[in-house]
Design a protein around this ligand. Sequence first.
Ligand code: ASP
Length: 438
Amino acid sequence: MKWYKKLHWKILLGLILGLLWGLFASFIGLTEFTGSYIRPLGTIFIDLLRLIAVPLVLCSLVVGVASLNDMTRLSKMGGKTVGIYLVTTFLAVTIGLTIVNVMQPGATLPDETRAALIESYGERADASGAAADQLAERNILEFFADMVPQNFFQAASNNSNMLQIVFVAILLGVGLVNIPAQKGEPVILFFDSLNDVIIKIVDLIMKTAPYGVFALMAAVIVDLAGDNLGQALLLLRALAWYGLAVVIGLLLHVLIVYSSLFKLFSKMKLRDFFKAIQPAILLGFSTSSSLATLPVTMERVEKNLGVSDEVSSFVLPVGATINMDGTSLYQAVAAVFIAQALGMDLTIAQQLTIVLTATAASIGAAGVPGAGIIMLVIVLQSVNVPVEGIALILGIDRILDMVRTAVNVTGDAAVCVAVAYSEGKLGALHFDDESENV
Ligand code: ASP
């Protein structure tokens, strides 16, 4: 197959054309047209992926847990997975804090820009604050209590209840492990077949990805720029330093943490890893949702990275729900940036608090667009930085959401490789043309 016919290049082309169209539309005043006639295509694409999320997490986790077929293996792999997830998240926050303290992006913000931003985003910041207030009132036990749904269908009716679906799926899997194999088999087969059907549907949806990604990008740029490109560019320039700190931190995290993880737990080269999961990263980038990207991450990890589905169907759905390295790193940079911009100095104790709360907040954040900024409020409150400061960064959050989601997806896949290797379930890499079509 010619290189330009491969889907990941087409997605990249869609992304770039969407970006160019967004800028062009803002420039000649076609924002309304873009909003009414292009944005819906992106909405359809991302909704199709969301539609798949609950059934996919349910089926793959049930099959994943049931295939571990004894409780000792289950708890061993579960412990290992959650342990590595926690360590990588903790390292991400630490890298974020280091970068933001070295680069001091908050000190570069001009006074007028600061005032203008607070004024134009005040309302949205208030809304994030209200949502987070509700979350912050819960203590840790209440957090666990929320994981247990009263009713399965209610849990499945809202994608932000994904932790509840994870709970139900694990419970179902554990039940299946504990009944005679003969009895459990039809149920496991059912979920297994359904899982295959879902993956097939994802294949079909992905064929439309270049168009969906084009529309999503165009809509993001138009939202950001409105009809006033000059103002948008000014704001972007003022916040570029902060954005750069987040992006540098994310790059360092990927290069240092994931390559060390590969050195420790597999002999895989970072380059090969990226080559294999590139479409998942691009999709994470353009949808800003690790949950929506999950089907593609699973496919790439299994087909191209050689991870056995026994491991991936457990590690990845859990990761898409609780493991967000990119989000936690971003929260650390954002919290300190806001404090710096408002002229506040954070003590070492406060920065340590950020390490803990950003780790917890990223676990609690759903894998959907914008979840990170809602949880950021909790981080800010924990160190007494005014929540209104979020207004400063809302303007470029959409773009940073894309980058951090790409890292979240990368992190899930990297840990999946590590767990597979340590369980002796990592096969050979595979780069044939056939599997490059996703
Ligand atoms: N959009 C991110 C994700 O889906 C979460 C966030 O907002 O940071 O992984």
